[in-house]
Design a binder for this molecule. Sequence first.
Ligand SMILES: [Zn+2]
Ligand SMILES: [Zn+2]
Length: 260
Amino acid sequence: MAETDIDPPTANDLENELTALINKHSLNPTHTPSPTEGVTVHYEGDGWVWPWDHSTCDDKVRAMQAYHMDIRGWSDIAYNYLGCPHNYCYEGRGYDRRSSANGNEYANSVSFAVQAMWGERAGAKVPDNLKRAVRFGIDLLRSKGGASSKLHGHRDWKSTSCPGDELYEWVKQGCPLPYVAPPTPTIPTTPEECVFTLEELGTVIDQKLQKYTVADNNHDGQVIAWHVAAQAYASKRFAEGADFETVKNEVWNKISPLWS
Ligand SMILES: [Zn+2]
Ligand SMILES: [Zn+2]
């Protein structure tokens, strides 16, 4: 073959070839331009026996990173985020890089990867705090990485048990945040317990009475008497379980006719 049949490679050719090679081996994780398949949830297979101390979680993350980089030859830990069962979310590749955890090229290019730091060896029900941490990572990938609302388990992309039956059920439900019962309101039973609320109430009354006190300072004593009466009345109503808005309105309705 004559020398003239082939053009010598240009710097551009070399760069393109290198880029293709790098992408192929994920040596430099590239941006996921359209994460149309949202986020894929993973777990750690066998994992670790639960419970463990949170102080060991970052070691676990670093061990995964070392495995992915040194043994698998990837450029970084394969996951975008990792959630631990103590409700901490670790950054892996973050929200502007594709993952390399989903099992195939296509899945990695259209879906981010969040790992639940959990596994079969845990021997317990998935803790709510693990779900919270994983969900935090998912929300970040949606708000900052442009992930669609779709969710997958690793097993949707390839034959694997990942992310385990319990987490997979949760994924199919849309990774809902665990239900938290609203706190039982503490109802003050003594005037002392009402201090903050009464101060708040006092501010409202002050505002309402401002016009009156400015107009006639001689009535200051009367205003103070109303304050005392209003606070005594409010204490009684709070002790009965009435809420702030209700008491505020009742007090206002009682005192406003006095000078209108
Ligand atoms: Zn997985
Ligand atoms: Zn932890």
